[in-house]
Design a protein around this ligand. Structure first.
Ligand SMILES: Cc1ncc(COP(=O)(O)O)c(C=O)c1O
Length: 457
């Protein structure tokens, strides 16, 4: 059979409510033209993020009922620790409440002012945490990553020549660690190949610099390796994931994405000294080391998911459903980033709205217009998220790409709901000149996408 079906059936439903256009115009105005600030009950199809929004399985719910809520040393923690060790192969397992908490713990424990962290592409919260302790994050994406005409299958790769140069030229000890975000989440949700992880690992070993994975979407990355990297076509996703983890010194991650958790984060490390330093921070900021601020039922649900997330028919369905959304847009001429990743489809805001200058925030304005048009909520990974303002010169530096992201929650939306979202974007594309630009009313210095407000330009 050609049709890839959802490998589950639905036993519990949650109604979604259609609003009128007039209501949506009022709601988005009241939210300061920031889709993130909309009350979720007024959103019809919520593609703002794939984070913390997964539908849980019956196995996850039933393991939660059997959870041990002891303050420390709970049975649920040991079950989680065993599942993590078996998959990641790293001795030290430190849970925390979400991905950015893991980034904060690592940054405080390990970074000093002036340190450099090289990466393929850092996610915005990772960069903010690195910068918050006076260190600097430097992205080294592979050159194909910013070429919208390239169909290179691993646009998430790090530029290994650039990494080599960076490691060679930085003074000794200045590069504290290197990060590979798998899959990256700022330039199209693109995967990193195993060959690239191997090359980065080899360079890092030569320069004695630890290599870490931001592994929020490692299962999807592993499956894309299976599909696109010929040497691994016969490997199980779990074997590929284990190979990825064997090449690095540790992992930090949100467990709210591939981890199928409504909350949760994780750090795994090989090095005892680093684990000790992180543990001290963990006790100050998150909770006891055998919980990291998570309830026993969270740990149970996450331990179960470490198995489910690597199930091949689930990953097959996941890629097929995101790809179907991307193909529908592509066939209608909507400027999408290709090849498609697994967790989201990204639309080129500048190409969609050529009448809007960067100052009028094309991708953000598109996201606002899509909500007003259809009730579909999306988000931006572009001029608002990554634009930098230099107050001394009064000038903006805009990112290489200004993208609007349709992120697909896991196991939540049916094919017809995603078809509706595609149709909404396509209808908007037909009248794209009508999309009005926006300008800032309020912009905080860091992570503006979460709280900034806007008005029509
Ligand atoms: C690649 C990546 N790293 C880190 C994070 C932060 O994780 P969390 O939202 O759990 O704090 C995200 C969240 O979207 C992400 O996509």
């Amino acid at each position: 059979m050609k049709t890839v079906i959802e490998p589950f059936r639905i036993r519990m439903i949650e109604p979604i409510v259609m609003t009128t256009r007039e209501e949506r115009e009022r709601l988005i105005r009241e939210a300061g033209y920031n889709p993130f600030l909309l009350p979720a009950e007024h959103v019809l199809i919520d593609l703002v993020t794939d984070s913390g929004t997964s539908a849980l399985s019956t196995r996850q719910w039933s393991s939660m009922l059997g959870a041990d809520e002891s303050f420390t040393g709970s049975r649920s923690f040991y079950r989680f620790q065993d599942a993590v060790r078996a998959l990641f192969g790293h001795e030290y397992v430190l849970p925390c409440h979400q991905g950015r908490a893991a980034e904060n713990l690592l940054s405080r424990a390990l970074l000093r002012p002036g340190d450099i962290v090289y990466a393929n592409t850092l996610f915005s919260t990772t960069r903010a945490n690195i910068e918050s302790v006076g260190a600097e994050g430097r992205d080294l994406p592979t050159p194909e990553a910013t070429d919208s005409s390239s169909l290179f299958p691993f646009k998430g790769n790090i530029d290994t020549a650039g990494l080599e140069r960076g490691l060679a030229s930085a003074g000794e000890g200045r590069v504290r660690f290197v990060v590979l975000t798998v899959t990256e989440n700022s330039r199209g949700g693109q995967p990193v190949s195993l060959a690239n992880i191997e090359a980065a690992s080899e360079a890092c070993r030569r320069y004695k610099v630890p290599l870490l994975l931001d592994a929020a979407r490692f299962a999807e990355n592993a499956f894309l390796i299976k599909l696109k990297e010929p040497a691994y076509k016969d490997w199980a996703p779990r074997e590929i994931a284990r190979r990825m983890f064997s090449l690095v010194d540790g992992v930090f991650m949100s467990l709210k994405k591939d981890g199928l958790g409504n909350s949760g984060g994780l750090i795994t490390l090989k090095d005892r000294d680093w684990a000790e330093k992180v543990r001290v921070q963990l006790l100050v900021m998150e909770g006891v080391p055998s919980a990291g601020g998570l309830a026993g039922r969270d740990l149970e649900s996450l331990a179960t998911a470490l198995d489910e997330m690597l199930n091949e028919s689930y990953l097959d369905y996941r890629i097929a459903s995101t790809g179907r959304l991307g193909r529908a847009l592509d066939e209608a001429g909507v400027p999408v980033i290709k090849p498609f990743g697994a967790h989201a489809i990204y639309i080129d805001g500048r190409a969609f709205c050529p009448h809007l200058p960067d100052e009028q925030l094309p991708a953000w304005s598109l996201s606002v217009a899509l909500y007003v048009e259809s009730g579909v909520r999306s988000w931006e990974t572009g001029n608002v998220m990554r634009g930098r303002f230099d107050s001394a010169s009064g000038t903006w530096t805009w990112p290489d790409m200004d993208l609007m992201r349709l992120a697909v929650p896991r196991r939540v939306y049916t094919q017809s709901q995603l078809d509706y979202a595609a149709e909404a974007v396509i209808e908007l594309y037909a009248k794209r000149e009508s999309i009005r630009g926006l300008r800032y009313v309020y912009r905080p210095a860091q992570l503006p996408q979460f709280v900034a407000t806007f008005e029509p330009a």
